[in-house]
Ligand binder design. Sequence first.
Ligand code: MLT
Length: 275
Amino acid sequence: MKTIQLPDIRLQVYDEGSGTPILFVHGFPLSHAMWRGQLAPLAKRFRVIAPDLRGFGASEMTPDTGSGSEGTAAETTMRQLADDCAALVDQLCDGRPVVLCGLSMGGYVAWQFAKHHGSKLRALVLCDTKAAADTPEAAETRRKMAEHVTKHGTGAVAEAMPAKLFAAATHTEQPAIVAEIRRTIETTSPAGLSAAQRGMAARDDVRGDLAGIRVPTLVIVGRHDAISPPEEMQAIAEAIPGAEFHVIEGAGHMSPLESPDEFNRLLTAFVERLG
Ligand code: MLT
């Protein structure tokens, strides 16, 4: 891991390998470690860059300016995370555009990156994510969770969330990765988690932007994804000109972690076709 200084914070970043740069953007409330099935294997063929986003893993949290949309509550917007990724690409890639591979919240960041930093983008890989904004009820649930975590810590989220993240078979056949994700959530900064949860509650509906995406795009979803189901991901793929769509059988929302071999095969073939 290396430390990258951005204007207001330092990020911790995995950066290994050479060749086409792939920027892996993790989901919520996780860290670069959710890509552990991709990092070392893919760094044998590509440049693999995987940050801990601001407020997650070992990266710093936004300095508390008290400027969130709820008065004093801090909010990490998806645009802010995309701007951080763009600053990272500027520092690490010497003008070379990246393949951005984002899962779930990482996909929300990818939409903003494509919209605001398109010149730095070679291709998109969207995993287990959504293009629609939250319903008002879902946004309210997020704000309540943010408030709870701020007061009581991440324990309840770490207990409840893994049930939704994995396919049923993963819980019985790969309990170690479920336990690892639970530990990651437990050790996530309550301030970082809450701020990103508020940022997701406020995120834009980007379905109207999909037809304007002009880079090669690969869309991947786990067959048993309960958060962003295959039908929803298929609609995203159909809306993006020329996008490829794949369902990984046996996986849930954490498809790269649950089925790394299949995921890496799809990703490698896609990146190699880019030339
Ligand atoms: C994620 O995996 O990043 C989350 O499920 C995103 C979300 O809460 O919408």
